[in-house]
Design a protein around this ligand. Structure first.
Ligand code: PLP
Length: 402
């Protein structure tokens, strides 16, 4: 790293030369020729939706996470909706969740006419704090909806114990955490239902898609009904059995994943091992380089967990900087580093404010929000990309340090 040339240089935000010429996004898909062949194969086959690939993808996915069943959906958000329905959430019920998440984690509770109750996160991991959950349990509570922030599993043993004591279901939003482990077990096998997303920035992509894993046959049945209009079985099964007749027994949606998407997912799943190890490698290179800066706090992973590293989130030590987090993100973007912020606390959004939620109840989550910056992290990043991120961070921090 030619420190004199680059890190002392004028920030691109102030008219200097950017660290790189093209924007490096914070996340993006990684598609190879095998994936493309898998999709083309389905396009040439008899079934392009709800054919044999859906079941194959579900089986392979359940096996990968160590759950008995996996039920696919058209998006992670649809999968959350399905899980909230299967949990029986309805008007008058409450579900306890985290403010520091992508809004669908809480929205799925609203879809069911129930009320999300936000509890604070742990200061170190930014995942739901079991002590805070306990303080919010009421006679109306039906479910706990934790989220594995950044790819690090939440405190699953304690959350599970709390759920058992109070007769609650755990719906774990693991959209960040495919491949993560908690006390030696894979995420996806540890909660009543675990939800995954296959959006292009996630570990496995199907374009749009999602999955719920469970080991409970009754939850599985409800999930399957919900994603298919509340109708048992599907057109292909009926064709195979020579049946024309069907019954709708619940109000469901069309939230099915197609065979085209499932073939892509199945092919993507085969590359998880490389994808995870590349994410871990990038994270450890960031930590080695940025840990040296006093203005930056690098992410921690608890010793009984392996993070899946969906995000690499640093926290700025604002006492040592002349500017706020917003300007640091702007400056990184001007250097063509797609820094981002995950997330604006959900109850701060105008829609939630109109529902009557107010700010200031979650000091850890709201305090972290003012400091967090997500750096680019995805397996297709080249070594040069990693160096650019480190160079740009160092440049921006040097320029704004007190
Ligand atoms: C990506 C994501 C979702 C939603 O997934 P979609 O597939 O985009 O609908 C939900 N929760 C979290 C935490 C996510 O990161």
């Amino acid at each position: 790293m030619s420190r004199g040339r680059s890190t002392e240089a004028e920030l691109a935000l102030h008219g200097g030369r950017p660290v790189r010429d093209r924007l490096l996004p914070y996340g993006r898909q990684w598609i190879d020729e095998e994936d493309i062949r898998a999709v083309v194969g389905v396009l040439r086959s008899d079934w392009i939706t709800t054919g044999p690939m859906v079941a194959r993808f579900e089986e392979a996915f359940a096996e990968y996470v160590g759950a008995r069943y996996a039920v696919s959906f058209s998006s992670g958000t649809a999968a959350l909706h399905g899980a909230a329905h299967a949990a029986g959430l309805s008007p008058g019920d409450e579900a306890i969740t985290t403010p520091l998440t992508f809004c669908p984690t809480a929205n799925c509770v609203l879809y069911q006419g129930a009320r999300p109750v936000f509890a604070d996160v742990c200061r170190d991991t930014l995942t739901l704090d079991p002590g805070a959950i306990r303080r919010h349990v009421s006679p109306r509570t039906k479910a706990i909806l934790p989220m594995d922030y950044g790819g690090q599993p939440c405190d699953l043993a304690e959350i599970r114990a709390l759920a058992e004591q109070n007769g609650l279901l755990v719906i774990e939003d693991a959209c960040h955490a495919l491949g993560a482990t908690y006390q030696g077990s894979k995420v996806g096998s540890l909660s009543h239902m675990t939800v995954f997303s296959f959006h292009p920035v996630k570990h496995v992509t199907t374009g749009e898609g999602g999955m719920v894993t469970t080991s409970d046959p009754e939850l599985r049945r409800r999930l399957q009904l919900f994603r298919n209009h509340g109708i048992d079985g599907d057109g292909r099964q009926r064709q195979a059995e020579g049946k024309w007749w069907y019954e709708m027994s619940a109000l469901g949606y069309n939230y099915r994943l197609s065979d085209i998407a499932s073939a892509l997912g199945l092919s993507q799943l085969r590359k998880m091992q490389y994808s995870l190890s590349r994410r871990r490698e990038i994270a450890s290179r960031y930590t080695a380089a940025l840990g040296a800066l006093e203005e930056v706090e690098t992410p921690m992973v608890r010793p009984d967990c392996e993070s899946a590293w969906h995000l690499y989130v640093v926290r700025l030590n604002l006492e040592r900087l002349r500017v706020g987090r917003g300007q640091v993100v702007q400056a990184l973007r001007a250097e063509n580093i797609g820094a981002s912020v995950h997330y604006t606390p959900v109850p701060w959004h105008p829609y939630y404010q109109r529902l009557g939620y107010t700010k200031g109840h979650w000091p850890n989550a709201e305090g972290a929000y003012e400091r967090i910056v997500s750096l680019p992290l995805f397996p297709a990043m080249r070594d040069k990309d990693i160096e650019d991120v480190i160079l740009a961070c160092t440049k921006v921090i040097h320029a704004y340090r007190k």
